[in-house]
Design a protein around this ligand. Sequence first.
Ligand code: FA5
Length: 348
Amino acid sequence: MQSKIESLKKDTLTALEKAKTEDEVRELEIKYLGRKGPFSDLMRGLKDLSDEEKRTVGKLANMVKKELELAVQQKYAALETAAMDEIVETEWLDVTVPGKKPQMGHRHLISKFIDDLEVIFGRMGFSVAEGPDIETEHFNFDQLNMPDDHPARDMQDTFWLKNLDKSVLRTQTSPVQIRYMEAHNPPLRIISMGKTFRKDSDATHSPMFHQCEGLMVGENISIANLKGVMTAFLQQVFEDDSIKTRFRTSYFPFVEPGLEVDCTCPICHGEGRLPDHSPCRLCKQCGWLEIGGAGMVHPKVLENVGYDPQKFTGFAFGMGLDRMVMIKYRVNHLRLLFENDLRFIEQF
Ligand code: FA5
C-alpha cells in the first residue's frame, strides 16, 4: 500500500512537471486528487486494513495528498508567474522613447498666394468676389462682348461641356466681372481668384490654371488708376519697391483700349543680366516679365450690365496666378504646382 502511494505521488508530480497550461493542471488535479481519483479510492480502501495499518497508511496518504495539493498550487503560481514574465518581456513600454511627431499638413503654395493677394488688394479697398468654375456661354463670352461668331473666342481653347447646353469650364475669371456688376451698382472695387481651364499644355501652360481678375468701376476712373493699382500690387507681391510697370497695347474684346501688363524682372531688376553679368534666365535677358491682360472696361460691357457708360468708367485686369507664383518662388515648371509631389510642396 505504501509503495502504491509513493508511486502515485511520483506519477502525479511527473505529470504536473510536464503540464504547460492552467487547464492541463486543472485536469491533473481532478484526475489524481478528485473525488473519483486514485487517492479517494485509496482512502475508501483503508477500511479493509488493520487498525495499525489504517493509522500509518492513512497518515502517509494524507501527507502525500497535502503535498500534492501544495504542488498543484505551486504549479498554478509558477504558470502565472511565467505568463506575467512573458508579458513583461514582450509587451513592455519604454516611456523614455521620444514621441512620434504627427505629420502636419499646410496650405498649398497657390492657396497661400491667393491669401496674400487678398491682403494686398484688401489694403487698396478691393473686396473678394466669387464665381462658378462651370460657366454659361452667356457670362464667359456673350456679355463680355464676344458673341457667338466673334473670332476672339478662338483665342481661348475652350472646354465645352457635353451634357450641359451652352456651358463651358470657364476660360477666364472675367465672367465674374459681369456677375458682380449685374448684382451691384458702382462705385465698386473687386478682385476674383480661382481656377480657369483651357486646352493648353506645356512648361508654362496648363489645362487648369489660376487667374486673378480685378475690376474697378466708378466716376472718373482712368488708366492712371489702373497703373497705380498694378504698380503698387506688383511691388508688394514681389516685395520690391523698385519694380516698374509697362503697358503695351493689346486686344481683348471686353476692354478698350486693351493692354498687356509687364513688370521689371524681380531677379535682374530690369537689367537682363545678374550682378555677375551672367544672363538672367527668368526674363530671358529682356528685363521685363508679362503679368497679364488689362484695359478700360468696354462701354458695350458697361451697357450690357445696365451701367451708363457716359457716367461710369472702369478698368479691369486678369493675371495668371501660377506664373506669378513661378516668378516669386523660382519654380521652373508649372506642372510642379499641380502634381502634388510632397518633396516639392513641403519646401514652402
Ligand atoms: C485673359 O484671360 C483675359 N481675361 C485677361 C483680361 C482681364 C484682360 C480683364 C483684360 C481685362 P489671357 O488669355 O492673356 O487673358 O490670360 C491672362 C493670363 O493667364 C496670361 O497672361 C497667363 O499668365 C495666364 N494663362 C493663360 N493661359 C494659361 C495657361 N494655359 N496656363 C497657365 N497660365 C495661363
